[in-house]
Design a protein around this ligand. Structure first.
Ligand SMILES: NC(=O)c1ccc[n+]([C@@H]2O[C@H](COP(=O)([O-])OP(=O)(O)OC[C@H]3O[C@@H](n4cnc5c(N)ncnc54)[C@H](OP(=O)(O)O)[C@@H]3O)[C@@H](O)[C@H]2O)c1
Length: 160
């Protein structure tokens, strides 16, 4: 099962705000995210589901939290208190891939074990205090680049 990080990153490496809200909205980037992840499980931190406001449709939504009370707030969430248990669930259900969708705390944990990263590099800086973790580019090959209107999508595959 492929573990794929998917994110949108501003020029200054900001991905969000610890208070929850996203610092920008790009319709085209949101569409790319939806098209890519539809039909697959998505794993996110508790702050990210709070920021989204509702589970993502057409995808199994798995939330990592120490506080299972979040389950009462949103319908149809699967809750785990560790990333490894979320992966076990996805493997047991024979998914060919799982997308790790953030935020910063979850990316920080997931990057070491990820097989691929799909990063939308936005062409602006953003105000925020949640960042994508440092990437060791010696460990990753670029497999594709795709230019869109206000961002570029770069797909990385971990070197064997
Ligand atoms: N640009 C992007 O691609 C992108 C993607 C996703 C999110 N975001 C943004 O990122 C921001 C949120 O990121 P964040 O880093 O503050 O929060 P986050 O990663 O979404 O969630 C953090 C929460 O996840 C749980 N958690 C983290 N590590 C855990 C562990 N090892 N075991 C159990 N639970 C764990 C904890 O929940 P409990 O406190 O409930 O235990 C923790 O408070 C928001 O602004 C959001 O909009 C941006």
């Amino acid at each position: 099962m492929l573990k794929i990080l998917i994110t949108a990153v501003a020029k200054n490496n900001v991905i969000g705000r610890s208070t929850g809200e996203m610092p920008w909205h790009s319709k085209e980037e949101t569409q790319h995210f939806k098209q890519t992840t539809l039909g697959f499980p998505v794993i996110m931190g508790r702050k990210t589901i709070e920021a989204l406001g509702k589970p993502l449709e057409g995808r199994i939504n798995i939330v990592i939290t120490k506080n299972s009370a979040i389950k009462e707030k949103f319908e149809s969430l699967i809750i785990y208190d560790a990333l490894k248990d979320a992966y076990k669930y996805c493997e047991a259900n024979n998914y060919e891939k799982v997308f790790i969708i953030g935020g910063g705390q979850i990316f920080e944990k997931a990057i070491a074990e990820a097989d691929e990263m799909i990063i939308s590099y936005m062409d602006f800086n953003a105000e925020g205090d949640v960042y994508f973790p440092r990437i060791d580019f010696l460990k990753w090959n670029v497999s594709s680049r795709e230019k869109r209107k206000d961002f570029e999508i770069v797909t990385y595959i971990r070197m064997k």
